[in-house]
Design a protein around this ligand. Sequence first.
Ligand code: URA
Length: 210
Amino acid sequence: MRVHVADHPLITHKLTVLRDASTPSPTFRALTAELVTLLAYEATRGVRTHEVQITTPVTTTTGLAISEPRPLIVPILRAGLGMLDGMTTLVPTAEVGFLGMVRNEETLEPSVYAERLPDDLANRQCFVLDPMLATGGSLLSAIEYLFDRGAVDVTAVCLLGAPEGLAMIEKATDGRDVTIVLGALDERLNEHGYIVPGLGDAGDRLYGTV
Ligand code: URA
């Protein structure tokens, strides 16, 4: 598993404003989009391309174009939706699918309750959007779901991560082509499973339910 933790003052600045409990949801949403666009730049470093011939006003030359099948962006409902605009801003030709994950209250096991994905994921590079990599349970389920459906590599883009969740995903995906791109790696999880220092409940803050 590859892990990339962003190291850029613009990203840290935007994250600092997101973390602030007094930041209202309209600002939170706008900053999330900007932040994801910056993270998408790193997340798409390995996107598959092929050579194309083009004619400039001056001469003919070769360039690179994103290959088929197009990358697939998969926001995990609900909070991952708040990251979609930022990602499609940078990769407008990507296809978008959706995954809804829910945790069984008795077993605590996450499972997929809704999905809208292309039928054929064979050979697909997938970009999963999930703002908070906390325990890692739902993100791992989503990653496994995509591999089971034929994806060849999966990159998760998260605003914040906790070491506990990162270690769990690393162990569980051993030998698979998984990349995690984080805006920051925080200290730990608290007893309620929240990332510390974190930013609170990302879905609530995005959609104004606090
Ligand atoms: N999900 C959130 O929205 N926030 C956390 O801190 C952990 C999980």
